[in-house]
Design a protein around this ligand. Structure first.
Ligand code: SF4
Length: 503
């Protein structure tokens, strides 16, 4: 069987230019893992990197026609709207190649299978959850001319109504599956992505990691030896020495998770590599971080989410502000300034929550770097289908539809918090679009920027403080006043940016 897996083009929506939660980072290897498994089973597999290779649909169509696959897998990624361009493209391909089985997969496809099938008649089936085994059964069924109906992990149109009964059992032994196939585009990234584990033992209300793997599916880790073996192959074949663990949660739960991390550190240390990870604050332990840093850990993303315990409880984060601060202290002690996940605005945020968050950020030196400041002062909770928050807000009748039925938005309960959230979104969007070239690495940073960043940073922090204080004092902030302030901030950012060229 010839199987072609497509990473479709993705577009940036200007007013969502810094919203990052449309697909978890771990999804970047979904196609590679499926391809590795299919290839091991004797199928001829290719991956088209429409997104990373910046391909247009014309070029993609030409490549599909030239390869003439039996199955076209489409890793569907939600990018803040119903992807009508993709749906129209698939309709065209299906019309041209009616025998082609088009199958969607990935987080968005899993959680929104019915909606995708409703809006895209060209999609024959959707893989629900982990894609490796369903793809193999699909290829077997297609090659034997059998229906895909009733295959575990796959829904087709007749099966839509009973999709829940078809879930594929998650893979328990991750060492048993082949290493993922990596494209040239993936190797061109500054770090090689690697997946050391799947799932998370957390249950945050805003997260859909568990919605994808299935509620109740535990965190599963590859053995340290299996991870080290994959890294070793990549180093030998490609000479790469920088890696990023895309696991939603690098650490497994409890003491066993810490011991596994220590074993990984022991195996990676002699390899002389650098790597990054993502994790929960309660898993940041001094001894483990010391060992990981000694083994090459250079950066980490931790989900702080809030500086207020009440908010952390609302999000079911199962962590505390004290743990957040302890994690920051440990990481900094070992020379790591972490990237942080932070939700300044949740649907139920009060002004008191926001003030407590703001003081937490100041107290913990998280408002001194422009790219961090812009993120933590602006991020609001994104509400995607498949999360507990989505269903709770829907039940409360507070969910409004956003870009598609996959995403909802909830008006912030507190009107003052809503005004501040709207204002910060507008201002930071100006900044993100101005900085896009430099922060994405496509433009060289002109000299003198650090001083300008510090100026813009001060503008952002002052604006936040001023407006929050005004709201706390009971002042009414009109739309006109917001518009004036946004305009002023725009001018100040512009002035700082243009001054950078003469310093
Ligand atoms: S810690 Fe929470 S947000 Fe992070 S992966 Fe786990 S459930 Fe998701």
């Amino acid at each position: 069987m010839k199987v072609l897996l497509l990473e479709h083009p993705r577009s940036i929506t200007p007013d969502r230019c810094n919203d990052i939660a449309n697909t978890p980072l771990s999804s970047c290897l979904i196609s590679g893992y499926a391809a590795g498994m299919l290839e091991q089973c004797g199928h001829d597999v290719r991956i088209i990197e429409g997104y990373l290779d910046k391909l247009g649909y014309e070029e993609i169509e030409a490549r599909i026609t030239s390869f003439a696959p039996d199955i076209l897998g489409v890793h569907m990624v939600y990018h803040w709207k119903q992807d009508l361009a993709l749906f129209a493209f698939l309709a065209r391909v299906k019309q041209k190649m009616p025998a082609l089985t088009i199958t969607a997969y990935g987080f968005y496809a899993t959680i929104s299978a019915a909606d995708i099938m409703k809006h895209c008649a060209a999609v024959d089936a959707v893989i629900i959850g982990e894609a490796e085994a369903p793809f193999v059964s699909l290829a077997g069924a297609v090659s034997a001319g059998r229906s895909v109906y009733e295959l575990p992990g796959i829904v087709d149109r007749p099966g839509l109504c009973k999709s829940s009964s078809r879930k594929q059992q998650p893979i328990t032994d991750l060492d048993s599956i082949p290493f993922p196939m990596r494209t040239e585009a993936l190797y061109r990234l500054s770090e090689v992505n690697i997946l050391g584990s799947r799932g998370c033992y957390g249950r945050c209300t805003f997260c859909y990691i568990n919605g994808y793997y299935g509620q109740g599916v535990p965190w599963r880790g590859r053995s340290p030896e299996n991870i080290a073996a994959e890294i070793s192959v990549i180093m030998q074949e490609r000479g790469k020495k920088e890696f990023y663990f895309t696991d939603p949660n690098f650490f497994g739960p409890g003491q066993t998770g810490q011991e596994r991390a220590l074993r990984i550190a022991a195996l990676l240390k002699p390899m002389n590599i650098a790597f990054g990870i993502e994790g929960r604050v309660n898993d940041i332990h001094d001894k483990t971080i010391a060992a990981l840093v000694d083994a090459g850990l250079r950066h980490i993303l931790i989900g702080l989410e809030s500086g207020r315990d009440e908010s952390l409880r609302r999000m079911n984060k199962m962590t505390t502000v004290a743990q957040n601060e302890q994690a920051l202290r440990i990481l900094r002690k070992h020379g790591i300034e972490p990237n942080v996940g932070f939700i300044m605005f949740e649907p139920d945020s009060s002004l008191e929550d926001i003030r407590t968050n703001f003081e937490f950020l100041k107290r913990n030196d998280l408002l001194k770097n422009l790219s961090v400041t812009a993120n933590v002062l602006y991020h609001h909770q994104i509400v995607l289908e498949g999360t507990q928050a989505f269903h709770a807000l829907k039940q409360e009748g507070r969910l409004e539809s956003a870009g598609s039925s996959y995403e909802g938005s909830a008006q912030l309960k507190n009107p003052g918090a809503a005004i501040l959230a709207d204002f910060m979104r507008q201002v930071t969007n100006i900044l993100f679009s101005r900085m896009d070239g430099i922060w994405s690495g496509t433009l060289i940073e002109p000299p003198g920027m650090q001083r300008r960043y510090a100026e813009i940073n001060r503008v952002l922090v002052d604006l936040f403080e001023k407006n929050l204080s005004a709201l706390e004092a009971g002042e009414l902030i009109s739309r006109e006043r917001i518009a004036r302030q946004v305009q002023k901030a725009d001018t100040e950012i512009e002035r700082s940016m243009s001054n950078s060229n003469v310093n």
